[in-house]
Design a protein. Sequence first.
Length: 301
Amino acid sequence: MKIAMLARNFKLYSHQRLKEAAEQRGHELDMINTTRCYMNIASRRPEIFYNGEKLGHYDAVIPRIGASVTFYGTAVLRQFEMQGVYPLNESVGIGRSRDKLRSMQLLARDGVGLPVTTFAHDPKQTEEVLEVAGGAPVVVKLLEGTQGIGVVLADTARSAKSVIEAFRGANINILVQEFIKEAGGTDIRAFVVGGKVIAAMMRKGAEGEFRSNLHRGGSAAVVKLSPEERSTAIRAARSMGLNVCGVDMLRSNHGPVVMEVNSSPGLEGIEKATGIDVAGKIIEFLERNAKVGATRTKGKG
C-alpha cells in the first residue's frame, strides 16, 4: 500500500513508529505537512497540492491532525476522502471528538457513562450550573483545551463561581463537570483499534496534580480492564465514529465514566507501559480495511 500521513512534527515518537511499522510490513508511507497542503475544490475533480506539486494516488491516509489546526486539517482530510482514499479516522469522527460539547452530547445519547456535565451561556446562571453539577468541587474545562491545558479544579463554591464567571465574562465557552474524587488523581487510557481494545494503561498525576496527562508529568502502568470498562471504551469509539482512538475514563463509584475520546492518541506512553506494538496493529487494521471509496461518509457531514 501507499499511505499518506497528515502531520506537522515528523519527529514525534508516534509518527516515527507508524512510519517504521508500515515500512516493516512492506508499505510506503509519506509524511505530509498538513498546513502546507492546498486544495483545488473542483467539481468531480478534487485535487490536493503539496509544496507546489499535485499529490498522486494513495491507498490510505493516516490523519495525525493537531488540535490547533483541526479546522484546516479536517478540510484536507475531506479532500482525500472525496478522492476515494481510505482514512484511518474519518473527518466527521475527528470533528466530533474535537468538539467537547458535541462529543459529550453524543456519548450521553448513546448511554455511555459520563460525569455529570453542564453547559450554559449566561454567567448569571452560575449558581444553577453548580447545583446541577452537584456543587463544589467541580472541574471547569475550556471547550478547545487539550492535553490537560484549560482544565481547572475549583475546590470551593466561591472559587468555582469566580472561575466560571471569569471565563464566561470573557465569552469563553466552558463545560462544568462533577469532580470524581474517588478516582484519586488516576485515569485509564483504553486504546481502541477497529472496535477492539488492544491496550490499556492507568495514568497517575504528578504529586499535587489532579490531571493525569503524561504531558504534565504523570506516570503510566499497564492495567487490566473490567468487562464494563472495555465495553464503555468500545461504545465511546463507536459513538464518535472513530476506528482508532484513546478513550480516557475514570473509575467512579457508579462505574466507568468517559472524560474524553482522543482521535490522535499518542503511542509512546501506551507502547512503553504495555509493551504492545500498537503502531503495528494500526497498520494491520489498514491492511484489512483500506479499500477505494470505503469511507462511510465520503467527506459529508
